[in-house]
Design a protein around this ligand. Structure first.
Ligand code: C6P
Length: 420
């Protein structure tokens, strides 16, 4: 039997968040859209940024801007110090053993592609198998398809139940000595399902496979501990963690990263270059060719600080209250059809209204000042499995309130009645 993952359990004694203090930190939330106060419920797409992140980005360009790891001047030294301080913060945030195991990329997508084109290039061969699941984001499908095509390997897919939960017995059947890698989403962006990744990792390791966790949606809601999970790789994006866009994280175990070939060639990733031969830098620099996104990485540290100041348990408790409240309020609407009803989920709610086209519902909500995402959410194979073109998705973050959910419910009630 698969255990419930430790990280999915809400700490009952978590403190209550000070919601007005938190909202005051987000300038963007205090505006009107289409004549109504903005209700931002598209947090799974990207979260808004607190004042400290915005200020840090400004301060960097006003006072510190310089290239890192090379200049012989004060600004370069300062920029390097701040950039590396963010790496240390990310290490602590993910509970990684060493800061060198944290590589900066431009997002989850690039982190997964990095593993596919480096680890994949040397470790996946003809006849090997890679396992993903039906609920993957396109970022965790296409790189593996491309790799399998290039190498003559096979992509296997774990099926799901109608509730949006993995069929774990089927996963067991897919595992074999041929399995080279299991690449699995921790939390579904389309349905909110929390997958039991600790167990999946243990089963995959038992057949000698490595495991990559797509943590794009889990790191913002759960306390993800890469050492406890024992994953080999984890990918996530700063912009879903109250940080800037254009910054991604790849965590990898030291010995695996050291054995992998570099990703891109260029400056920074080298030790010595001659026309005959180039030797490569140590990790993490081996994987960070060229001038990185310095200012945004530096500002990301403030986003982690924001999360740490509130505390993951308090965030999780608040978001669970919002999810439960939203389920109870929206379920009362005639014509509300939930999509995805997993027992373990984060504050993401996918639904349909009266079989209306999701885009039409999204446009009507927008006219009322409510921001949601509609469509296939970059999970077309999942939508196909569910027999849908897409859904309406409301995703809640720590700055959302029950009164915003009331606004959503009232608006959906009006939309549902209009079409009845
Ligand atoms: N999902 C959503 O609205 P990037 O774009 O590289 O930061 O993240 C890609 C990605 C990978 N995996 C999962 C599970 C994700 O949710 C995402 C991004 C956004 O659901 C934009 S499509």
């Amino acid at each position: 039997m698969y255990k419930t993952d430790w990280e999915a359990i809400t700490p009952v004694d978590a403190p209550t968040v000070d919601i007005s203090q938190i909202r005051n930190r987000f300038p963007i939330l205090h505006q009107e859209v289409n004549g109504n106060p903005l209700v931002y419920l598209d947090n799974a797409a990207t979260t808004q940024k607190p004042d400290t992140v915005i200020r840090a980005l400004n301060t960097y360009y006003e006072t510190d801007n310089a290239n890192i790891h090379r200049g012989a001047h004060a600004l370069a030294a300062r920029s390097t110090e701040y950039y590396e301080a963010t790496r240390k913060s990310v290490q602590q945030f993910l509970h990684a053993q060493e800061a060198e195991e944290i590589i900066f990329t431009k997002g989850t997508t690039e982190s997964i592609n990095l593993v596919a084109s480096t680890y994949g290039r040397t470790s996946v061969n003809s006849g090997d198998e890679i396992i993903i699941s039906t609920m993957e984001h396109h970022s965790n499908i296409v790189p593996w398809q491309m790799l399998c095509e290039a190498k003559g390997a096979t992509l296997r897919v774990i099926p799901i139940q109608d509730s949006g939960e993995l069929l774990l017995e089927e996963f067991e059947k897919l595992l074999s000595k041929k399995t080279k890698l299991v690449s699995i989403v921790h939390v579904s962006n389309a349905l909110g399902t929390i997958n039991p990744v600790a167990e999946i990792i243990a089963r995959a390791h038992a057949v000698g496979a490595k495991v990559l966790i797509d943590g794009a949606q889990s790191t913002s809601h759960l306390d993800v501990d890469v050492q406890k999970l024992n994953c080999d790789f984890l990918a996530c994006s700063a912009h879903k963690l109250f940080g800037p866009t254009g910054v991604g994280i790849l965590y990898g175990k030291r010995e695996i990263l050291e054995a992998m070939p570099p990703y891109q060639g260029g400056g920074e990733m080298i030790k010595e270059v001659t026309f005959e031969k180039t030797t490569y830098n140590e990790i993490p620099f081996k994987f960070e060719a060229g001038t990185p996104n310095i200012g945004d990485v530096i500002a990301f540290k403030e986003a982690i600080q924001f999360i740490n100041d509130i505390g993951k348990p308090a965030i999780r408790k608040h978001e669970e209250e919002l999810l439960n409240y939203a389920i109870s309020q929206l379920s009362a609407i005639k014509g509300f059809i939930p999509v995805g009803t997993a027992k373990q989920r984060v504050s993401v709610l996918s639904f349909l209204i009266n079989r209306m086209h999701p885009f039409d519902v999204g446009m009507m909500l927008d006219a009322m000042g409510i921001a949601v995402r509609t469509g296939h959410h970059c999970t077309q194979p999942l939508m196909k499995r569910l027999g849908l073109e897409g859904t309406v998705r409301a995703s809640f973050s720590v700055y959302n309130t029950k009164s915003e959910i009331d606004r959503l419910a009232e608006s959906l009630e009006r939309i549902a009645k209009r079409k009845n």
